[in-house]
Design a protein around this ligand. Structure first.
Ligand code: PHE
Length: 419
């Protein structure tokens, strides 16, 4: 029996590969579906072979030459505990692709975005990226948001010489995987420094506790970079505790943190856990501000955390409050495209990742992996929504961060920090 997948409600009906989200995945994963698909493939394959000229005119490995579209793969967490990351990022990415196509496409062709759901499951990123590369012959990959998932897929892209651009993974190791791996965002040594300086200089904190998700490469890295700078600023880390992404009860660790009497707690995690941590901290009477990074950003933070998240601070990549001309246009188009929604940093980074890729394809004049790689590496002063993007020698982007405060169910913009 084919079961309709559970998909976040505002996401229902969105088309991926021209099908409602999840159907092809269900067909691929469900044993009955696999059986059914195999019969279908066996029936269709000979016909497809005859119908396609590519078969006779040479293999279409590039995903472009000989076909009418340029295929771009995207992998994102559309379901699972960090689903708003993938959904927001995808909405930005897709909107960019649609705008580029409406303006005539690239190299005379339309871009085709093939999106796969990583489901926030370990192992799934490798699986879907392998599929995008070997089954679909995509010419480049956009994704992921979470550093651990980008780290999982990057070696596959590197090995296949398919350029990958992460919109918003900030762990430094992601792009260290190899010369085909890029990102259009800043990295965590910078983000950690920004929040440590904010804690020291603006909030005048001297004693801070750190609470890390040991299952997340992002969390571990950001905790380390924050600590280094906070200590260098003359501050003291009064205690350090761990949790595992997916945990629901943080009371034991929060009790220990409260006993250490900090003036603030740095929690470099993702929104689901950070919202629960905020609630449980308040319940235990730990009434100091929590500080976090980009992983706090989600509309779900308020849904899960309610009033308990108010007063906390985070750093991220973008705020619609910084109203540059490009950003204003983006915010207006986004609201039109996505039922009045305001874009968050994830949507903006996703949008920018697709623009940077399209610009590189144009400059390369080709979808050849090596040429495209070189063109992405040469990206300079590209005016994007999140700022000007120049890809540096480590294949990262050097960009400013914004600091936001959580207030009355909203993210309030406080300041921009230049690199
Ligand atoms: N930077 C986070 C990571 O690397 C992902 C993230 C980006 C989350 C932007 C929210 C917003 O894991």
């Amino acid at each position: 029996m084919l079961v309709k997948p559970s998909v976040p409600s505002h996401y229902q009906g969105l088309k991926l590969r021209g099908e409602p989200l999840g159907w092809h995945r269900i067909l691929d994963l469900n044993p009955v579906g696999i059986f059914f698909m195999n019969i279908l493939r066996a029936l269709l394959f000979p016909a497809a072979l005859l119908a396609t000229t590519n078969f006779f005119t040479g293999c279409n490995k590039s995903g472009s030459s000989g076909s009418d579209t340029i295929k771009i793969g995207e992998f994102a967490s559309l379901t699972g505990k960090d689903a708003t990351f993938g959904i927001s990022s995808h909405e930005g990415t897709l909107m960019a692709i649609e705008e580029i196509n409406a303006a005539g496409g690239v190299l005379g062709k339309q871009l085709e975005l093939l999106t796969e759901d990583t489901q926030c499951k370990a192992g799934e990123s490798a699986t879907v990226v392998n599929k995008l590369i070997s089954r679909d012959n995509v010419i480049a990959i956009l994704g992921e948001v979470a550093s651990s998932r980008s780290l999982e897929a990057a070696p596959i892209c590197q090995q296949n010489k398919v350029p990958m651009i992460s919109p918003s993974s900030t762990n430094p190791d992601v792009t260290k995987t190899g010369d085909y791996i890029f990102r259009v965002c800043f990295i965590d040594p910078f983000q950690g420094t920004v929040m440590a300086n904010f804690a020291t200089k603006t909030l005048k904190m001297k004693r801070v506790a750190v609470f890390t998700d040991v299952k997340s490469d992002y969390s571990k890295g950001l905790a380390k970079f924050f600590k280094e700078r906070f200590i260098a600023n003359g501050g003291e880390i009064v205690t350090e505790l761990d949790y595992n992404g997916g945990d629901k009860d943080f009371k034991a660790q929060l009790t220990a943190i409260k006993a250490a009497n900090p003036e603030g707690v740095f929690v470099p995690g993702y929104y689901t856990e950070c919202a629960l941590i905020s609630v449980q901290a308040k319940e235990l009477g730990l009434n100091v501000p929590l500080l976090g990074g980009d992983g706090w950003e989600s509309s779900k933070l308020f849904e899960i955390g309610g009033d308990a998240v108010n007063g906390n601070y985070l750093s991220t990549h973008y705020s619609p409050a910084v109203a540059t001309d490009v950003s204003k246009q983006f915010v207006a188009n986004f609201a039109k495209r996505w039922q009045g929604q305001t874009p968050d940093a994830l949507a903006a980074c996703g949008y920018d990742s697709a623009l940077v890729l399209a610009d590189a394809i144009r400059r390369a004049g080709s979808t050849d992996g090596q040429k495209l790689r070189d063109a992405i590496a040469a990206t300079k002063d590209f005016q994007a929504v999140t700022g000007k993007i120049t890809i540096n020698e480590n294949r990262d982007a050097t960009k400013s961060a914004v600091i936001l405060q959580v207030k009355d169910g909203k993210y309030e913009y406080l300041e921009t920090v230049e690199p």
